[in-house]
Design a protein around this ligand. Structure first.
Ligand SMILES: C=C(CC[C@@H](C)[C@H]1CC[C@H]2C3=CC[C@H]4[C@H](C)[C@@H](O)CC[C@]4(C)[C@H]3CC[C@]12C)C(C)C
Ligand code: SAM
Length: 368
């Protein structure tokens, strides 16, 4: 009788240890797919209170359900802001502090490939210590910190999402780059900066959120000093996209819905719009084209991790640790990843159509 009691007690202790150990391993070891300072247990709805995350997610979807005429362009910044409240923590947790793609580089980690893609921006702009550079659509500041550290320049980022401003400031401080990097909450379609006040500007996978590209390019042109440079990595459909192919349309609509895009532009519109607002186009190139390795390979390889993430998020939401709506947001991203991979595999979409421009020098009366 005593031995039986001892055995069942030992069995109970062992089973409890296994359960606790597995939960710890699942949440703390497997949870973070990257080194990034965000853990699954801290997933939130950004600035949205936990009980409103589900409603805000439903509201996000209603943007695509209603006819385009009702969803006018002036509603886009608020809709983009809601999207980033919903996804910012999941992005940081599952991808890192840079919210963009980069060509895979054999033998290099995702983190290194990301950094090189960002440093290329600083090299193209040729900025150095003392220069003031604009980051239009800065996210939580991954690119800003890489560019400030690489060039020594001061970077001012702008994002529509207040939660990202707070995250970026925390990261800047931790990286000891807060004297070089500044973050402002605002709309890049109406920037709170003086004209001719920046020595360079860039935007990484951000201006695709603008309903009219000419508005954001026009603003960037206004705040740049004459003679200074602007680089942008644009999300566009490529020359392989056919609007009469139902599969192509499905993929592009899937990308738009899962990434808060009011409508993807075609590659051939970008330089035209840059010229219309007054820029000289120095170079235009799709950085995803061979010999570059696929930008979507990491998304494709991550599928098993995404399943694990989904189970983890469901458990955390069930336990009341993560807001309920986060499960739906994660499912949306899961599906989006698939559309992005299909966009890459078919070659109809690129997130890195690079445009490199100059604001012309002011014409003097003699040169006019
Ligand atoms: C430029 C934009 C964002 C680009 C990318 C940073 C993000 C696009 C899709 C995102 C993700 C998809 C799948 C998620 C996965 C299911 C989850 O478990 C972990 C996070 C993901 C990998 C997530 C990470 C960021 C993306 C790759 C747009 C919005 C203009
Ligand atoms: C995909 S994220 C890219 C962030 C950053 N460039 C990076 O690579 O990590 C897009 C960014 O654009 C910002 N954005 C979108 N529309 C905006 C607007 N109208 N005004 C300011 N920022 C905007 C979002 O808030 C977000 O920070």
């Amino acid at each position: 009788m005593q031995i039986e009691g001892f055995c069942s007690h030992t069995l109970f202790c062992t089973a409890s240890l296994v359960v606790v150990g597995s939960v710890f391993w699942f949440v703390c070891v497997l949870g973070p797919a990257e080194q990034k300072g965000k853990r699954a247990v801290h997933l939130s709805g950004g600035s949205i209170s936990a009980e409103k995350v589900q409603d805000k997610y439903n509201q996000y979807w209603s943007f695509f359900r209603r006819p385009k005429e009702i969803e006018t362009a002036d509603k886009v910044p608020a809709f983009v802001d809601t999207f980033y409240n919903l996804v910012t923590d999941i992005y940081e947790w599952g991808w890192g502090q840079s919210f963009h793609f980069s060509p895979a580089i054999p033998g290099k980690s995702h983190r290194d490939a990301t950094r090189l893609h960002e440093e290329m921006v600083a090299d193209l702009l040729g900025v150095t210590p003392g220069h003031r550079v604009l980051d239009a659509g800065c996210g939580v500041g991954g690119p800003m910190r890489a560019i400030a550290a690489h060039s020594g320049a001061n970077v001012v980022g702008i994002t529509i999402n207040e939660y990202q401003v707070n995250r970026a400031r925390i990261h800047n401080k931790k990286a000891k780059l807060d004297t070089q990097c500044d973050v402002v909450c605002g709309n890049f379609l109406q920037m709170p900066f003086d004209e001719n006040s920046f020595d360079g500007a860039y935007s990484i996978e951000a201006t695709c959120h603008a309903p009219k590209l000419e508005e954001v390019y026009g603003e960037i042109f206004r705040v740049l000093k004459p003679g200074s440079l602007y680089v942008s990595y644009e999300w566009v459909t490529t020359e392989l996209y056919r609007g009469d192919d139902p599969e192509h349309v499905e993929i592009i609509q899937g990308i738009e819905r899962g990434d808060a895009l009011p409508g993807l532009r075609s590659y051939d519109q970008i330089a035209k719009i840059a010229r219309e607002v007054g820029f000289e186009v120095v170079e235009e190139r799709d950085l995803a084209k061979p010999p570059a390795n696929p930008w979507w390979s990491r998304l494709k390889m991550g599928r098993i991790a995404y399943w694990r993430n989904h189970i983890l998020i469901m458990v955390l939401a069930f336990l009341g640790i993560a807001p309920k709506g986060v499960v739906d947001v994660h499912e949306m991203l899961f599906k989006t990843a698939d559309y992005l991979v299909r966009g890459g595999d078919t070659g109809i979409f690129t997130p890195m159509h690079m445009i490199f421009c100059r604001k012309p020098e002011k014409k003097t009366p003699a040169s006019a």
